[in-house]
Ligand binder design. Structure first.
Ligand code: SDX
Length: 394
């Protein structure tokens, strides 16, 4: 149902739904998952614990967390027949095309196992999707690389498994770097949910028809792919590559301000945050930690990104429009440092957002009042008029 309510800031907005999951205060840069500040979760928790929190509403006890970890780990394999699906893609297929297609195809394996009215069955579905996303993502990466798929290993933690499935080779096993696994885990936490963003709203709208959750999550992947949304992290690295070096920053700041120029500062601005995006601040700090661990000093792209941020935040155009770095501005620099290719960055965003999509799906399907989403429009077309036979048209 669409309702109208007035924020403290004195302006009204439309609400697409009610939710207990994530709270954002865009004026003050506040982000809470089930009431817990993102800064504390990023510092003290891990991605599977945060996934449990988003799905169940409370932080787990140790036994609950162990049971959840086991449930997710046990479902990490994908059906062997899906390998043929990947073989149908050209090696240069965009990994978001593969992820979106293969996630939707999970419907073919579990369609008859879905009982939307059964909370336990819904949670089993959430475990399955959460578990299989990294395996599907890594399989897409291996298909692009022309390397053999690597199976998940039950003895590894979620992000360690992901790194191993991405980078292990028959000739050279991958040696887990705990700092990289931790940095990746923190990035996934920061992307885990974000209220009714475009992809989450897409998952809700698709799910409101009663379709299966695999199809709905695939819809979320498709919406996330756009450069105005989750595709921005890939667009930021392409932008930094185009700018080249710090001497070009003033020219590109001017391009971003020029109404007649389609260039925008990717990774800047946000529909809700009209102050800093708390996630961007945390990611910028993690950037330095990962690059230091890799022994990379004065990374040219990080230097360039920081110069862009500094120049933009001194410029009235950006300050007046309250345009600040968002979650996508620095994340790609970490992914690149971990060896993840630019066109794979949005896949990483999708992996992070999966528990949020699932929690929002589960919350909506569990609501007995829930009805099919049916946005209306303001009609601005022609008034009623009579049909004219083709031989009488001028
Ligand atoms: C994500 O919703 C979420 O929560 C999303 C997300 C999540 O976790 O799910 O946070 C993830 O999608 C982050 C956003 C990633 N996208 C980008 O970084 C792409 C670059 N940013 C812009 O495209 C834009 O800022 C948006 C899409 C993010 C927000 O768009 P809005 O709110 O519709 O802003 P707008 O288009 O109304 O812009 C207002 C003004 C305009 O200028 P004027 O018409 O007032 O003169 O600001 C300008 C815009 O031209 N502007 C920019 C700009 N973003 C807005 N100018 C230059 N560079 C930019 N990036």
């Amino acid at each position: 149902e669409f309702g109208y309510f007035t924020y403290d800031a004195g302006f009204t907005s439309t609400a697409s739904c009610r939710s207990d999951i994530t709270f954002i205060d865009g004026e003050n840069g506040i982000l809470l998952y089930r009431g817990y500040p993102i800064e504390e979760l990023a510092e003290n928790s891990n991605f599977l614990e945060v996934s449990y929190l988003l799905l169940h509403g409370e932080l787990p006890t140790k036994d609950e967390l162990d049971q959840f970890n086991r449930a997710v780990t046990e479902h990490a394999m994908i059906n062997e027949s899906l390998k043929d699906f990947f073989d149908g893609f050209h090696y240069n297929a965009h990994p978001m095309a593969m992820l979106t297609g293969v996630v939707a195809s999970l419907s073919a394996f579990y369609h008859d196992a879905i009982k939307l009215g059964d909370p336990r069955n819904r949670m089993l579905t959430c475990h399955r999707v959460l578990a299989k996303m990294p395996t599907i993502a890594a399989a897409a990466y291996k298909h692009m690389a022309g390397e053999p798929f690597v199976y998940p290993l039950n003895r590894l933690y979620y992000t360690e498994n992901l790194l191993n499935m991405l980078f292990s080779r028959p000739t050279e096993p991958y040696e887990i770097n705990p700092i990289h696994a931790r940095a990746l885990d923190q990035l996934l936490i920061l992307h885990a949910d974000h209220e009714q963003n475009a992809s989450t709203s897409t998952v809700r709208l698709a799910s409101s028809t009663g379709t299966n959750p695999f199809a709905s999550i695939a819809c979320g992947c498709a919406a996330l792919w756009g450069p105005a949304h989750g595709g921005a992290n890939e667009a930021v690295l392409n932008m930094l590559h185009e700018i080249g070096d710090i001497s070009q920053v003033p020219k590109y700041i001017d391009k971003a301000k020029d109404k007649d120029d389609p260039f925008r500062l990717m990774g800047f601005g946000h529909r809700v945050y009209k102050n800093f995006d708390p996630r961007a601040r945390i990611i910028r700090k993690t950037c330095h930690e990962v690059l230091n661990d890799l022994g990379i000093e004065n990374d040219p792209q990080l230097e360039l990104a920081m110069e862009l941020e500094e120049r933009a935040l001194e410029d009235d155009y950006f300050v007046e429009r309250k345009l600040y770095p968002n979650v996508d501005f620095y994340s790609g620099i970490i992914y690149r440092a971990l060896g993840i290719p630019t066109d794979f960055f949005t896949v990483m965003f999708a992996l992070g957002r999966t528990p949020g999509w699932l929690a929002q799906w589960n919350e909506m399907v569990a609501d007995p009042e829930q009805r099919i989403g049916r946005p209306r429009q303001l009609y601005t077309g022609a008034a009623r008029r009579e049909y004219i036979p083709v031989d009488q048209r001028k």
